[in-house]
Design a protein around this ligand. Sequence first.
Ligand code: SAH
Ligand code: SF4
Length: 358
Amino acid sequence: MKLTTPDIDGAAPRAAHRTELVGLTREELTEFAVANNMRPFRGQQLVEWIYRHGVNDFAAMTNIARVDRERFAEIATISTLSVKREERSTDGTRKFLFELADRKTVETVLIPEGERRTLCLSTQVGCAMGCRFCLTAQQGLERHLTAGEIVDQLLSVQRLTGERMTNAVFMGMGEPLHNFDAVVRAVQVLTDDRGIGLSARRVTVSTSGLVPKIHDLIHAQGVRFALAVSLNATTDTVRDEVMPINRRYPIRELVGALEAYSRERRDMGFVEYVLLGGVNDTVADAHRLANLLRRVRCKINLIPYNAVAGAAYEAPTGEAVEDFRQILLAEGYSVFTRKARGDDISAACGQLRQETGG
Ligand code: SAH
Ligand code: SF4
């Protein structure tokens, strides 16, 4: 007589070994299909269902033979983040608090502008870099996100809103280049034209300045995106103070890495510059910045400081921001001043953290 116990025992380890598919590249999904005795095009079909159509149920993959769908359901999972809270700003910005499998949380911000839908992705729970003006820093680093958890932020937001994202910026919680492999893989998935299909020009990875990783990126094969460096100061004295990572990789090395990046990859770089009132927003700073970037092909984004609890900085005056911008324009740079988006729901740059009070 058959007992139920062996079945239960048999099922448990099998479930534990199921492979999570979100975050795997097209090549990896193809290998997965082949390793499970299926034809390679099953991998391609998974790319289309999971990434292009956002389907998270094998039963719905109607062009895959039923026997293979059932097999996939036994050996694989398609995870979805659970949304714990959503907040909407009066300017249309939406902030999602996602819970991960281990109950840690991250925030993802959707910024609509005309036809454009930009998603600001988190790459870590917390951050190890300790920048003095940033709320995420106060949490320290809890852990890296997997490539799947990064990609899933986009799939989940698309599912929740019914809208397709046009741009992705790695500017949420965490330092992307500190989680290098997962971020590179996530970019590959986001820009695969048979899947999510974002244009590489519309994917931007922002770094606080992990110089050796920027050099690694120069040689990274099969992945394209725009690189942004958060410079945020024009002297090592000030940058050491506001961004402790500068003590390891000072301004000269960082600017050199960005210059090499834009030269070797022929990609446009971006320089992000958070203006902290009275700290790095003077006329002398603007001239120093223009000199520093003389040999770098880049555009400059000025970000007026957004207030953060526990940080002892002030926003720059409107006049200081405009003077700063005019000096850089006169020096021939293209300069944009970033509007604070979603600051009424703490969704603006530097205001993201693990759990918000409500
Ligand atoms: N860790 C990466 C990306 C996430 S931070 C980085 O530092 O580049 C995204 C951007 O927000 C960075 O340019 C950072 O300098 C900026 N930022 C952080 N705190 C801010 C604040 N309080 N006000 C305005 N911008 C801030
Ligand atoms: Fe980390 Fe970027 Fe915040 Fe610095 S600004 S603490 S690198 S998330």
